[in-house]
Design a protein around this ligand. Structure first.
Ligand SMILES: C[S@@+](CC[C@H](N)C(=O)[O-])C[C@H]1O[C@@H](n2cnc3c(N)ncnc32)[C@H](O)[C@@H]1O
Length: 305
């Protein structure tokens, strides 16, 4: 029986694994997108990389880069998640803190430039969003100083980049706020409170703008790919809980809203397949910031000799 308390998805044992749907992009599961990226960039695993992952959850994607890592720092705000990764990767260093605090803590401990790979999969919109708004079971409250929030969020991205070693990468996967699934989610959350800056894509814009600024300062190159795909629910109930448990985090107002319930059922009607499974259209933004001396390091070797 699924725990229906607010935020149970990240804060009670087993709920995330129970509710998570598998996501495929061009037939490749999200974990394998990362595995393929690792093969492309590092060839065979050699256990040499120093890696930091923020919002690591139960270590689902950590599995892909663990064989490449000599050192892993795994961070998540949820004690349940940190305890899951501690069991799975006993040699990893763990931090139980909000991502912005974890990043600040690492920098204060002299870890600037310490990581070949800094990563966050499906988790960076939370700490970015928290600069602008506060989410609790009673609602979402926009912070008073939105301009100040934008500055702080930009600083936070800058700090993330500071953790990357010369030649290393910041690798991020973010949800696509413009997909039909996420538009439904946005309409529902808008009933609780409006989103800052005209919609839920703003966290991605904050990230991309800050990384473009870093590129303009010569700190690296930004590559950004949007992939279309599907979240696969084996049955209608799994798809329903994907909305209510994961997207709406069992927020009491959204659990009780009949209009939201109707909209979710209509959505499921539209994407249900003959087998009873539901193929939810999904999109992911795959973002890679490569910390090289831009533009000098972007030339093919030998071109200026
Ligand atoms: C969608 S899950 C992704 C987990 C994992 N990266 C994966 O792909 O399976 C989001 C994760 O971010 C964590 N999280 C949410 N808000 C956070 C914050 N502000 N700081 C740190 N972690 C946060 C949650 O506890 C959860 O583990």
């Amino acid at each position: 029986m699924t725990d229906k308390t607010f935020r149970a998805v990240y804060e009670t044992v087993g709920t995330y694994d129970e509710l998570l749907l598998r996501h495929y992009y061009g037939g490749t599961e999200d974990v394998d997108l990362v595995a393929d990226w690792l093969t492309e960039h590092y060839a065979a695993p050699a256990a040499t990389l120093h890696v930091a992952e923020f919002g690591c959850g139960t270590g689902r994607i950590t599995d892909a880069f663990a064989p490449y890592a000599a050192r892993m720092v795994l961070a998540d705000y949820s004690e349940i998640m940190v305890s899951a990764v501690t069991q799975k990767f006993p040699a990893a260093e763990t931090i139980c803190a909000d991502t912005s605090d974890a990043v600040a803590r690492l920098l204060a401990a002299g870890q600037a430039g310490a990581f070949d790979l800094v990563s966050a999969f499906w988790s960076l919109s939370y700490p970015i969003g928290e600069f602008f708004e506060e989410l609790s079971s009673v609602g979402v409250r926009l912070r008073d100083d939105q301009a100040g929030a934008a500055d702080q969020a930009g600083e936070f991205v800058h700090d993330l980049v500071q953790l990357v070693a010369p030649g290393g990468h910041l690798l991020v996967m973010l949800f696509d706020a413009e997909s039909p699934e996420q538009q439904l989610v946005t309409r529902a959350w808008e009933k609780v409170a409006p989103f800052p800056r005209g919609g839920r894509a703003y966290t991605r814009h904050v990230l991309i703008d800050a990384l473009r600024a870093a590129e303009s300062r010569g700190e690296g190159t930004l590559s950004h790919l949007r992939l279309g795909g599907v979240a696969w629910a084996p049955d209608r109930e799994a798809a329903r809980e994907w909305f209510f448990g994961v997207h709406f985090k069992h927020h009491p107002q959204l659990l009780e809203d009949r209009e939201v319930a109707r909209e979710v059922e209509d959505f499921l009607d539209r994407y249900e397949m003959a087998s009873g499974g539901v193929a939810i259209p999904s999109g992911v933004h795959f973002i890679d910031f490569h910390a090289v001396a831009h533009p000098y390091a972007s030339l093919p070797i030998g071109i200026d000799s």
